[in-house]
Design a protein around this ligand. Structure first.
Ligand code: FAD
Ligand code: DLZ
Ligand code: SF4
Length: 509
């Protein structure tokens, strides 16, 4: 009998993948392909490309060792057609089949490419997630507003995580209130686990260096895990050493401590090297053993079974046009400083430099520094989306787009967030040590030297008054603005206009 093709994409590196489960190792061929179409749809950070390609090569070797026939295309293969569908057709022609078993890709672009391909593609659900898309739809259908908190409670009940009988462990669903401590001074703790590249990774690094050396971001040192065994060690390290303080300092930012107590597990989880449930059961076990407080375990589990699953549900529910949304009509080009251009704003300078070096920034850096600035400055959300999709090692559209278009830029008009995540410099001053080393003064509200976040915050509020003044969660801020003297308001708006003019002119800000 003629065998079929089994597609395994670069972020589907899971032994239990639905496509692999539906296939027969004795007659079917796994197709894996490093292709320009995937490495070029945005200018990915070199570390991200190296991570995906090295993890793909290691996974292909594991599949072969388990008895699979794997047709693997390397990026520099002269016979390559350079696209996923092209490679499926080429491999199919060579094997006399047009039947493809695949797991639903995490991006509309590829879902549509497979659906429109001149092949018989059998798409299986991606059941590496804890909430399937039909269940999400049933939960969402008919609700006036989709709130993550209610979805999360359903997920706690469905998974049984951190439950005591029918209720939440400790009596509360959410311990976020305990998770907003400012940065710990002089904290002495372990960093996330780092791995030394093996020969397979070294070969990939050379390839990426030669082909993508011009992309934004530093390739070396490369320290990511590239196999499931390594990712499991990273999980163990996090659970033992970092989880206990994860909750308390989750929102803190420190110039000389890029990772604080964050897990750095998202790249592995999103590639498929780790599964969400195994991470959460480990975290719960640490709490039950008395090794981590409840606010840490609950805070962490909420990110995975709450936010992560919620974001995926929104992405696929909203459809392929989601990334084109621009509810606030923002049109400014993404400033050059996002690609490493100089800036005197210390918070942005740090967040972008760290992103360039690590292909990583934690949630609050993404939301309240780079995201906050882009939103306040009125940057075109599609350009913001493409930047985030490019620069982070964990960025795939199903998770990146709802975080950027929805949560960070409010470009979906309030599907993900009830109000825009905007703040003046005060928030950054409270949660970080960035302001102490800044050329601007966070205490200064107007005039030369005033923190640009202070100016742009009120400019944003003023610009979008018609939309937000009736939002009960923003009324107090409008009352504060209205209490300022007309002279002060004029000085703020003039300062903001002057700043934005300098930004548009490409002058250093
Ligand atoms: P930790 O702080 O240790 O958090 C634990 C885990 O929770 C993460 O590994 C991640 O899997 C999950 N998680 C936490 N917050 C979210 C969230 N909002 N959405 C989905 N999962 C979450 N996350 C991505 O995985 N890919 C992205 O492309 C991405 N883009 C983002 C863009 C913006 C503007 C913002 C505000 C957030 C984005 N996030 C994204 C969410 C979050 O910032 C990252 O998941 C987190 O920083 C990853 O680092 P970590 O593993 O150390 O996370
Ligand atoms: C991100 C990425 C990159 C850089 N390269 C490849 C590749 O060469 N081959 C591949 O199969 N997948 C790659 N990926 C991951 C895909 O882009 C990802 O599967 C889709 O974006 C869907 O999430
Ligand atoms: Fe950022 Fe303003 Fe603080 Fe400077 S003063 S680091 S621009 S928040």
């Amino acid at each position: 009998m003629v065998g079929r093709l089994v597609l395994v994409l670069g972020d589907q590196l899971s032994e239990g993948l639905s496509a692999l489960r539906a296939a027969d190792p004795d007659r079917d061929t796994v197709v894996m392909a490093e292709v320009l179409e995937e490495t070029h749809y945005v200018p990915h950070h070199p570390k991200k490309i190296a991570l995906v390609l090295s993890a793909m090569r290691h996974f292909a070797a594991e599949l072969r060792a388990a008895g699979w026939d794997v047709a693997y295309t390397r990026l520099d293969d002269p016979d390559s057609t350079r696209s996923i569908v092209g490679e499926l057709m080429r491999r199919g022609q060579a094997r006399g089949t047009s039947v493809v078993i695949a797991t639903r890709p995490g991006e509309w672009r590829l879902v549509e490419a497979l659906e429109n391909a001149p092949l018989t593609v059998r798409l299986h659900p991606d059941d590496r997630f804890l909430c399937d898309l039909d269940t999400f739809e049933s939960w969402a259908a008919g609700r006036k507003e989709l709130r993550m908190e209610y979805f999360y409670r359903e997920m706690r009940r469905n998974t049984g995580l951190l439950m005591e009988g029918d209720g939440p462990a400790g009596g509360k669903w959410n311990y976020d209130h305990d998770n907003r401590e400012p940065p710990p001074r002089g904290a002495d703790h372990s960093a996330p686990m780092h791995f030394t590249p093996d020969a397979v990774t070294e070969e990939v690094l050379e390839l990426v260096d030669a082909r993508f050396g011009e992309n934004f971001g530093r390739l070396r040192p490369f320290r990511f895990a590239v196999t499931r065994a390594q990712a499991l060690r990273a999980l163990d390290h996090f659970a033992r050493h970092l989880l206990p303080n994860f909750g308390t300092y989750q929102d803190a930012m420190l110039s000389d401590d890029r990772f604080l107590y964050h897990s750095l597990l998202s790249p592995y989880l999103n590639l498929g090297l780790l599964g969400p449930m195994e991470i959460c059961t480990r975290v719960e076990a640490e709490w039950r053993a008395g090794n981590a407080p409840l606010n840490a375990a609950e805070g962490y589990i909420r990110q995975i079974i709450g936010w992560r699953e919620f974001m995926r549900g929104i992405y696929f529910r909203e459809g392929p046009e989601y990334t084109a949304r621009n509810a606030l009509g923002h049109a400014r080009d993404l400033p050059w400083l996002y690609w490493g251009g100089q800036t005197a704003m210390n918070c942005l300078s740090h967040a972008v430099a760290q992103t360039g070096e690590e292909a990583y920034a934690h949630h609050i850096q993404r939301l309240m520094v780079t995201g906050n600035f882009a939103l306040l400055a009125g940057v075109d959300p599609h350009q913001v989306h493409e930047w985030y999709l490019s620069v982070y090692a964990d960025a795939y559209e199903w998770v990146e787009a709802p975080n950027v278009i929805g949560m960070s830029q409010f470009a979906d008009g309030g599907i993900v967030a009830t109000k825009p995540y905007v703040s003046s410099g005060n928030y950054i001053a409270k949660m970080s040590d960035y302001c102490a080393g800044c050329a601007y003064s966070v205490k200064q509200k107007t005039g030369a030297g005033a923190c640009p976040f202070n100016l742009l915050y009120w400019d944003f509020m003023h610009r979008h008054r018609a939309r937000f003044a009736r939002n009960p969660r923003m009324a107090q801020m409008y009352a504060t603005w209205d209490r300022m003297t007309p002279e002060r308001r004029a000085a703020v708006l003039e300062g903001a206009a002057a700043f934005l003019a300098r930004l548009d002119a490409g002058e250093p800000v």
